[in-house]
Design a protein around this ligand. Structure first.
Ligand SMILES: CC(C)(COP(=O)(O)OP(=O)(O)OC[C@H]1O[C@@H](n2cnc3c(N)ncnc32)[C@H](O)[C@@H]1OP(=O)(O)O)[C@@H](O)C(=O)NCCC(=O)NCCS
Length: 238
């Protein structure tokens, strides 16, 4: 008879995010980070972030988003859809001071993480990326994603449209925190995958994704109908 299997180890308790400066913080610079679901109040910052991403991708001439178009389409008034059922934006904020304790939310409880950096971050744009009442908080990045569907998996997934960490904050783990938040939400919802496209010259992002273990789909390329070509289909008689 086979020996009885050992009982599974007890689940380890969930890590408790730091909400005070730890007395034993290592030397360097401590920065507290929070990811939360964006609201219509974040539109001015989302708009600036999208235009900074477009400039980085050398596609500013194609970026027509305005604050009004983003407000109307991302946060449809008066009843915006619940997060994750449609277009969803996670905002990454950082602060030299701990964020207040999280109030659990049935949709998404904000995520907190503490970063210990070797050097302080110089952010020349910090004043224009202040989210509001909390004076020491700065918006450092965002990710915009929405559900898609894989017929082969027979499961929904998430498609990431934009992932952006503002330049002074890069290479400190913030991008990983953002994409991990999307992946964790996909797993939580029982979704089968998270996918996105990347420009083939964007070596930094490609290395970043490789480091995360994301698979490159060599056999696939993107197709798009937009502008006049899309309009033409409206008049195409079948
Ligand atoms: C791509 C981007 C989101 C990455 O964010 P980031 O905050 O700089 O990345 P992180 O610091 O979280 O990096 C996470 C991991 O990737 C590694 N990494 C990041 N950039 C890297 C690079 N250029 N080369 C090699 N590894 C890299 C980090 O070392 C880290 O690895 P580790 O966890 O093993 O230490 C950010 O650089 C960015 O916004 N770039 C401009 C816009 C852009 O390219 N967006 C993506 C469009 S598809």
């Amino acid at each position: 008879m086979a020996a009885a299997a050992a009982p599974p180890p007890p689940p380890s308790p969930a890590p408790i995010p730091e909400t005070t400066v730890p007395e034993t913080a290592p030397p360097g610079h401590t920065l507290f980070a929070r990811i939360r679901v964006a609201s219509i109040l974040d539109v001015p910052h989302i708009h600036k972030l999208i235009h900074e991403l477009a400039a980085f991708e050398r596609l500013s001439d194609q970026c027509a988003a305005t604050e009004a178009s983003l407000a109307a389409t991302l946060f449809r008034s008066p009843n915006p859809p619940p997060p994750f059922t449609s277009f969803t934006v996670f905002i990454l904020e950082v602060s030299p001071n701990p964020f207040p304790p999280i109030i659990p939310d049935s949709n998404f409880s904000p995520l907190l993480k503490t970063f210990h950096l070797d050097l302080p971050i110089e952010d020349p744009e910090q004043e224009i990326f202040r989210p509001g009442l909390e004076n020491d908080v700065v918006v450092a990045g965002f990710v915009l994603f929405f559900p898609n569907y894989s017929t082969f998996l027979g499961q929904p997934g998430f498609y990431i449209e934009d992932l952006f960490v503002r330049e002074p904050y890069r290479k400190n783990g913030f991008g990983k925190m953002l994409i991990t938040a999307v992946a964790a939400q996909a797993v939580k919802m029982g979704y089968g995958r998270v996918e996105w496209v990347v420009l083939d010259w964007n070596a930094n992002a490609i290395q970043f994704y490789e480091r995360l273990g994301a698979k490159i789909l060599q056999d696939w390329s993107v197709r798009r109908l937009t502008g006049d070509a899309l309009e033409a289909f409206a008049h195409f008689s079948v």
